[in-house]
Design a binder for this molecule. Structure first.
Ligand code: UTP
Ligand code: MN
Length: 596
């Protein structure tokens, strides 16, 4: 059979659904981040140990609980009266152990309920914490204490936030706000920073925003979907079935499983789904049909889903198709064609495409230099060859630090072409993923009025200069085209973009890894819609479109928001405004992880 390579694969969509590495990262639930509004180094020492906060999950809804946990992560708070007096800084840490905590944060407001919700011995112990005046005593406060402290940058007095009103006095006495640590002179602190100014995303999760979300909504853009998930095992099993449907091209089924994964990952939070919960709450969730429900039931009993474990994972066909679609440039359609030609392993694909692993120099033509135009088929084949040759590089996940470095280098190069551009790293990075498969950067010009003209045509110029400086390897010309996929109902967007493979200049650390870097250019008017669209996750973005269309008579995509009846265009000036225009409660980027 003669090999046909006519169907053009979509590098983006293929990369996105090859979720092996994606589900792996989720084992590492601790995200590296700094919430500190203070631009100083950590001064935690033996004399000034971190303040340990225990957030009692009972009675908090999933998103509020998650937002509180996010607040506590790696944050420095100031102990002292105001920003001009000598200050002590204390690192705040999340404690997994109630016994070790210095402060307990809870949603429970009455003593009997506290006793009912936790196991009785613990309850007695907890309430006694504030009755006994020994060393171990510690205050029990409401979520607002934590939120307001982090927002203001100061460790606030606990008394106003005592969870049990009757114990206000004791709470005041036990509050760590007056405890001593290293004293730091105000000048050492530098200029008083504005509270709430953090790295992008600029705001922390606000528990009030989180409380407005509803984890039973049919639209994932109304739910809060944190990175960590209590039903990880179940999600992994469902994801195996989803991937099987994906490689086999069963798009409707892919969508059902994607929706089920997005829903069940958060259902019955904070504890995993049990058979009992399944019948009370989970079964009422939207989109969970009979078949998927019976699989969840099977999982709650057996701890696995037989179809995933026995039929799919052990199937040689699934193994080959999975390996093929994990390659940048190979979509499920191409993968099945290659399989039908009798090809089974990546080494066989190397021979078929005449690729030398690790060497992409012959595969990556310099479109930029030669300004050559290839047919779609040739483009598609080049992209597969690049994907195969560089599969070992592309398989290595990108840390947040490296993503930031790539952004910095790209923006330095861009500054030599056009001044006053600004950028945000979007995609999984912005949703808080510790590691990503590629780097997505949205670029615009800072001038609202004249920026639009200045952004046009920048994509090509930037690629040209990156090429001249030998950082650039390959530029996919497929950016305008996307293989039809139910997860992507329309053309993605009409933004100018360069889907590139870059390799930064070598540093002291030795050879650099080739990285996939998507550069998206947006005029200032649509910068924030582009940021929301490209921050994803894919399911979140898909539901934003659906919500806009079904509930608001509007059209949303990364390149703009418009009203359907009169095509009125909206130009949001902030990310929050995008949500406001769409009539949605704001969802913090770290709560948009609606994919598996
Ligand atoms: P990615 O495929 O880069 O996924 O798309 P990710 O979430 O960053 O995860 P990694 O990179 O695999 O670790 C980022 C987001 O960009 C949007 C989608 O919403 C997707 O979630 N996107 C992607 C578009 O708007 N258009 C496209 O053509 C591709
Ligand atoms: Mn990405």
């Amino acid at each position: 059979m003669s090999p046909k390579r006519t169907r053009k694969p979509t590098p983006k969509s293929d990369g996105e659904d090859s979720s092996d590495s994606y589900s792996d990262f989720r084992h590492d639930l601790k995200r590296p981040r700094s919430n500190s509004p203070w631009n100083i180094t950590d001064n935690t020492s033996a004399d000034n140990p971190p303040l340990k906060i225990y957030v009692l999950s009972v009675k908090f809804d999933a998103t509020t609980y998650q937002s509180l946990v996010c607040l506590v992560e790696d944050c420095l708070l100031r102990v002292g009266k105001d920003e001009h007096s000598p200050a002590t800084l204390r690192r705040v840490e999340l404690s997994a152990n109630l016994e070790e905590a210095d402060v307990i944060v809870t949603a429970i407001r009455t003593r009997p309920r506290l006793e009912r919700h936790v196991n009785p011995s613990l309850a007695t112990y907890m309430t006694s914490l504030i009755l006994i005046t020994d060393q171990k005593s510690r205050p029990i406060v409401t979520a607002e204490w934590l939120q307001n402290s982090v927002r203001s940058g100061f460790l606030l007095p606990c008394a106003d936030y005592a969870a049990l009103r009757d114990f206000r006095k004791e709470t005041a006495r036990l509050c760590p706000d007056q405890k001593q640590g290293d004293v730091i002179a105000p000048e050492q602190l530098g200029a008083p920073p504005k509270p709430q100014v953090f790295r992008d995303p600029e705001e922390l999760v606000d528990a009030r925003d989180a409380a407005a979300l509803d984890h039973t909504s049919r639209y994932s853009c109304q739910r809060g979907s944190p990175l960590s998930c209590p039903n990880q095992g179940l999600v992994r099993e469902l994801d195996v079935i989803r991937r099987c449907r994906f490689v086999e091209g069963e798009e409707r089924s892919v969508l059902s499983y994607s929706r089920a994964i997005a829903l069940t990952s958060m259902a019955a939070y904070p504890s995993p789904i049990t058979a009992e919960k399944l019948h009370s709450g989970v079964a009422k969730l939207p989109f969970l049909g009979e078949k998927i429900l019976s699989m969840i039931e099977e999982y709650t009993g057996a701890g696995k889903i037989a179809e995933a474990q026995e039929a799919i994972l052990s199937s040689p066909r699934f193994q080959s198709l999975s390996a093929f679609t994990a390659i940048y440039g190979i979509g499920p359609h191409t993968a099945r064609k290659l399989y039908a030609l009798g090809l089974r392993t990546l080494e066989e694909l190397d021979r078929y495409y005449e690729v030398t692993p690790g060497d992409a120099s012959t595969e990556a033509p310099s479109h930029v230099a030669s300004d050559k135009h290839y047919t779609e088929e040739v483009e598609a084949e080049i992209s597969i060859k690049v994907g195969l040759a560089l599969r070992h590089d592309f398989g290595q996940l990108i840390s947040r630090e490296e993503a930031e470095e790539i952004n910095r280098v790209v923006m330095e190069v861009l500054a030599s072409i056009q001044e006053d551009c600004k950028s945000l790293i979007v995609g999984g990075y912005r949703r808080g993923k510790p590691q990503s498969n590629d780097v997505d950067i949205v670029i615009t010009h800072s001038d609202w009025n004249s920026g639009s003209k200045k952004v046009k045509g920048l994509s090509k110029k930037l690629v040209q200069v990156l090429h001249e400086r030998s950082m650039f390897l390959y530029f996919s010309d497929l950016s305008g085209f996307h293989e039809h996929n139910t997860l992507r109902t329309h053309n993605w967007d009409s933004l100018e973009k360069a889907l590139t493979v870059l390799c930064l200049p070598s540093n002291a650390g030795g050879r650099r890894i080739h990285r996939r870097v998507d550069l998206i250019f947006a005029t200032p008017e649509v910068f924030w819609t582009a940021v929301v669209g490209w921050t994803g996750s894919t399911m979140f973005q898909r539901d934003l479109r659906l919500w806009a269309k079904q509930q608001k008579g509007m059209k949303f995509d990364s390149s703009g928001i418009s009203r359907r009846r009169d095509s009125k265009l909206y130009f949001p000036k902030s990310e929050r405004e995008v949500f406001e225009i769409l009539g949605l409660a704001y969802v913090h980027p770290s709560l948009r992880n609606a994919d598996a």
